[in-house]
Design a protein around this ligand. Structure first.
Ligand code: PSU
Ligand code: MN
Length: 313
């Protein structure tokens, strides 16, 4: 049998543009596809994904949208593939770590979550990944044990994930405790407070405030040099002009959680259900906030990737 790296090529397809950028030490930013297929409605999802790629390019980095396409982890999706993922929406299976081997074996498609996007990014050699929000410890997890695989991935896979914090559909305090146990540093971009996705305010503190891209990039590089496995979380508050009213969004989140429980929705369907419900309850206002915070994270991701590339020069 051929060696593992030869065989891996059957399941990992890196686009020529991304491959060339990596070989020449140019900054590359990974992007996930669950946010496209499950996180936003068509056609805003496709429009957003393409704008995110453009923003990353405008900041001098190369975007690498990641998805499972016909049994291959595809790093650097084409415009047509992004359109396909957005149009098929919920029909594309949500792919977390446990789903990955089966989807690859069957030659199927999959929308990569934060977890599987980190896995494919690390295999391709990409260290920076920008998205909207991560999964975490759900409210009531002391009974349901619903803890996103994203947290375990951050504990073991060396990728810096840039997000706008986590939504209060999650238990933010318990999510931070879990990350602490797993040794995942939680950094705040020019803030001491952990942002809560739609709002800059959560009432929780990040572990460390960072004020420059270089500071974040160096800490990440040193983590790798010291052999401390796993990634880092860089939380970037939504720009204040797009932030939502705290009481308004929390009331809608509570209503969405109540309906989720009443309908008996379980497992991997919970997060997409809540995202969709909140969008409907807020008449689309939360979708606008969501889009703007993703743009903001893409720009920071490109700058951090540039700082990381500069360290390697
Ligand atoms: N949170 C968001 N938007 C998202 C997700 C989470 O605000 O799109 C997606 C991400 O892909 C994340 C996944 O990795 O949901 C987590 O799902 P679960 O909670 O089932 O682990
Ligand atoms: Mn879950």
């Amino acid at each position: 049998m051929s060696n593992r790296y030869d065989r891996l090529k059957n399941y990992l397809a890196v686009s020529e543009e991304v491959q060339k950028a990596l070989e020449s030490g140019k900054p590359v930013v990974a992007l996930e596809s669950t946010i496209i297929s499950h996180g936003m409605p068509y056609p805003r999802n496709v429009e957003t994904a393409l704008n995110v790629e453009r923003i990353i390019r405008d900041h001098g980095a190369v975007p690498a949208t990641i998805a499972i396409i016909k049994g291959k982890m595809t790093v650097g999706c084409t415009k047509e593939q992004i359109e396909y993922l957005g149009k098929r929406g919920l029909d594309v299976p949500k792919a977390s770590r446990r789903d990955l081997p089966i989807l690859l074996a069957r030659g199927e498609d999959g929308a990569t979550t934060v977890t599987t996007t980190m896995i494919a990014a690390a295999l391709a050699g990409i260290h920076v990944f920008a998205t909207g929000g991560i999964g975490g410890v759900h409210r009531g997890a002391e009974v349901t044990m619903d803890i996103s695989a994203d947290l375990e991935e951050l504990a073991q896979t060396p990728v810096m994930v840039i997000c706008a914090g986590c939504k209060s559909i999650l238990d933010i305090g318990l999510t931070l405790e879990y990350l602490e146990t797993k040794g995942v540093p939680v950094l705040g971009w020019q803030t001491e407070e952990m942002p809560a996705f739609y709002t800059t305010h959560s009432g929780f503190k990040v572990d460390y405030r960072v004020d420059t891209e270089e500071e974040a990039a160096r800490a990440f590089a040193i983590k790798q040099v010291c052999g401390l496995k796993g990634g880092m979380l860089l939380t970037n508050p939504i720009p204040s002009e797009y932030a939502m009213d705290l009481d308004y969004i929390n009331a809608n989140i509570d209503a969405a959680l109540k309906e989720c429980e009443e309908l008996g929705i379980k497992g991997k369907k919970i997060t997409p259900f809540l995202l969709d419900k909140i969008q409907k309850l807020t008449g689309g206002a939360s979708l606008e906030a969501n889009i703007q915070l993703v743009y903001n994270n893409a720009a920071l991701g490109a700058r951090v990737a540039a700082a990381m590339a500069a360290l390697c020069d």
